[in-house]
Design a protein around this ligand. Structure first.
Ligand SMILES: [Zn+2]
Length: 299
């Protein structure tokens, strides 16, 4: 997971360019939900502006950084569920299709079910993200684990920070930068903060990793291994280049592979950082990635 930088005013501007009357219509709907005290409409209009989020996220899933594929994949995800919230985790997690279901227990609260839901955020621009089918429908559904208490209704997520959300929202600056909380050891996501250093930050990373099954999902592991395999080669080529043009070529490829456009950017940035900070550990991860890629016949 990485952050997609944009200010609220720039986001609003992009929405206005995409669909000039959308924000007015959305505001009217929010007003009617406020009056009704619940989410109440037969169909949403958020799909009309999904292109803004697809472009902002470079056609990647906000949570697992996998490229979005086909129209079925293109779901607008409500970060805080608009109508009701289910208790997470259920008896076992993740669902069978995405890993081996386990009983997850934590030494802290992950919040209760809530029938009301965040209905004032149904049309909040900083409550949207594009997510792949697995992250959106199979995993996220209408779960929203929190470490605090469900807050009084607000139409601004910044006012809801006291809830201590356990998932991380990656668009704009309403939440912590995901890379401040999650990094990768090779292809495996891990919390940046230890429980001793920053308990809540550690909890958020741990829950986000478990929730989106970021460790278990085979397709993600393969993408990361392929990325490290290639990035490792180019980092070494950059160091060993004997001509200015070879060095520039390697530099440009490394820059592209670690840009926010690239799938698994957090993983690849973590690997690049480690390559310069702890070479022997990085080379060990590179060897693991090479073995993985070869064993899966990916090259
Ligand atoms: Zn995803």
């Amino acid at each position: 997971m990485i952050r997609y930088n944009i200010s609220l005013s720039d986001l609003e501007q992009r929405i206005d360019v995409c669909k000039p009357d959308w924000r007015n219509r959305a505001a009217n709907r929010t007003t009617s939900f406020k009056a009704a005290g619940k989410y109440d409409e037969t169909g949403g209009i958020w799909s009309e502006i999904k292109k803004v989020y697809i472009d902002l996220q470079h056609n990647k899933c906000a949570y697992c950084e996998r490229p979005l594929e086909g129209s079925m994949e293109l779901d607008v995800e409500h970060f805080r569920p608009k109508s009701s919230v289910k208790k997470w985790p259920p008896s076992t997690w993740p669902p069978k299709s995405l890993g081996i279901p386990k009983v997850l227990t934590y030494g802290f609260s992950t919040g209760d079910a809530w029938s009301e839901g965040y209905y004032l955020l149904a049309y909040c621009l900083t409550n949207y993200a594009m997510a792949c089918k697995n992250c959106n429908s199979v995993l996220k559904s209408n779960y929203f684990p929190i470490a605090g208490n469900r807050e009084t209704q607000s139409d601004n997520p910044i006012d809801l920070k006291a809830e201590k959300p356990l998932l991380i929202y990656p668009i704009g600056e309403v939440d912590d930068d995901p890379e401040y909380l999650i990094k990768f050891d090779g292809i495996v996501p891990v919390p940046v903060k230890s429980a001793e250093d920053e308990e809540y930050g550690h909890q958020r990373a741990k829950i986000t990793i478990d929730f989106f099954a970021l460790t278990e999902r085979e397709a993600l592991r393969q993408q990361r291994a392929e990325g490290i395999f290639l990035l490792g080669e180019w980092l070494q080529k950059f160091e060993n280049a004997t001509t200015a043009s070879d060095k520039t070529l390697a530099e440009n490829i490394i820059s592209a592979m670690t840009s926010e456009r690239c799938s698994q950017a957090n993983c690849l940035r973590s690997f690049k950082k480690l390559f310069y900070e702890n070479r022997s550990k990085a080379l060990l991860f590179l060897k693991e990635a090479q073995d993985y890629v070869i064993s899966y016949g990916l090259v």
